[in-house]
Design a protein around this ligand. Structure first.
Ligand code: PEP
Ligand code: MN
Length: 360
């Protein structure tokens, strides 16, 4: 997929200011609910109203959405408020209906992006559409699958494309419902800077208390917009109750968010940055140099182990190093998570070096 400018043009075409906001309930529940929330969001920073009509539930028995009738409610909400309307589509039949009801923004959910057959079916059904189409990241941390989904749509002649970062599921319990793995979204942004990138803090956190902090983090990383689940009675929502915020809470989030400039061209800023970046460049070179030296020592250790016919992995020694480094790191203001990740990577490389020597 080429990196085409028109991908970003739709932001201007629809007058979407930076950052633009999609908000509304996880699910459309009743006509009254849809209209009430849409009206409460009407004169705010919200540009697009969201509501799920077909809900992909991980396990059976949950609320699976109201179906086609919900599209009628969205149409009415659009007539009454002027907001653009958005919903999730998971197959060709959903696409056909959403287009019939003139939905403006169609998004592909995380459980659909994982499936290339489903993505292709949707791309074919949407072929040539002028609607905005957003692709959520797949549930598993796989950048290619995410990009593959976007490419299928692009190849079907859909140009108003964007991506939604909703986090990735993990087996372990973490403070997030779906861990962000920011580096995956950043890699995507680096590859395709003209593909608008939207944060979905609701599904990342699963917790309304964390919406502001995750959204701020995304804005600090130059995200273009946000999609935030909003309900006038979150606790009694039919789906995703814990993560929805009230329209008032959403407006407070808008007040609290700090939108930073993408860049600053002033001399003062440029000079300060140039100096600091030169500093960073020197330090990075030093880091690489040190790591290279460390691996040379690993090679020597490999040779000693080979001569003595000793196995590469010495778990006790390794756990000892890790414990010590976490404590040392803390003193230098480094998080345990970072120290662990970094030393695991260094260890992996070191094992690789030693193995090469042992098997030479
Ligand atoms: C949703 O946006 O309501 C939804 C189902 O999201 P996801 O596909 O990210 O789970
Ligand atoms: Mn939801």
């Amino acid at each position: 997929m080429e990196n085409k400018k028109e991908m970003r043009n739709w932001l201007n075409e629809f007058n979407l200011t930076h950052p633009f906001v999609i908000a509304g309930p996880c699910s459309a529940e009743t006509e009254e609910q849809v209209l009430k929330i849409a009206h409460e969001l009407k004169d705010s920073d919200v540009s697009v109203f969201r509501a799920g009509i077909w809900k992909p539930r991980t396990r059976p028995g949950g609320f699976e959405g109201v179906g086609e009738i919900g599209l009628k409610w969205l149409k009415k909400a659009k007539e009454q408020t002027g907001l653009l309307m958005g919903t999730e589509v998971a197959n060709a039949a959903h696409v056909k209906l959403a287009l019939e009801y003139d939905i403006d923004v169609l998004w592909i959910g995380a459980r659909t992006t994982v499936n290339p057959f489903a993505m292709q079916e949707i791309a074919d059904a949407l072929a040539g559409t002028k609607k905005i189409v957003l692709v959520k990241n797949p549930v598993n941390p796989d950048l290619s699958l995410w990009l593959g989904g976007v490419e299928r749509l692009y190849m079907a002649g859909i140009e108003k494309l964007g991506v939604i970062h909703r986090g990735f599921s993990t087996y372990e319990k973490t403070k997030y419902r779906n861990i962000p793995e920011w580096q995956i979204a950043i890699e995507l942004q680096n590859k395709f800077p003209d593909l608008p990138l939207i944060i979905d803090p609701s599904h990342i956190t699963g917790d309304r208390k964390m919406i502001l902090e995750v959204t701020q983090e995304a804005l600090d990383l130059n995200y273009d917009g946000m999609i935030i689940e909003t309900h006038y009675d979150p606790d009694n929502a039919w789906s995703d109750a814990a993560q929805q915020v009230t329209p008032d809470a959403l407006k407070q989030i808008f007040i609290d968010l700090k939108v930073r400039k993408v860049n600053d061209v002033s001399d003062e800023f440029t000079q300060k940055m140039a100096k600091l970046r030169a500093n960073i460049d020197v330090l990075d070179a030093t880091l690489l140099d040190l790591l290279g030296k460390r691996m040379k020592v690993a090679d020597e250790i490999g040779q000693v182990k080979k001569d003595a016919n000793v196995a590469v992995l010495q778990n006790n020694r390794w756990n000892e190093i890790l414990g010590k480094m976490i404590l040392e790191g803390e003193k230098k203001g480094l998080t345990e998570e970072f120290v662990l990740k970094m030393f695991k990577a260094i260890h992996q490389e070191s094992i690789g070096h030693q193995e090469k020597v042992l098997n030479a």
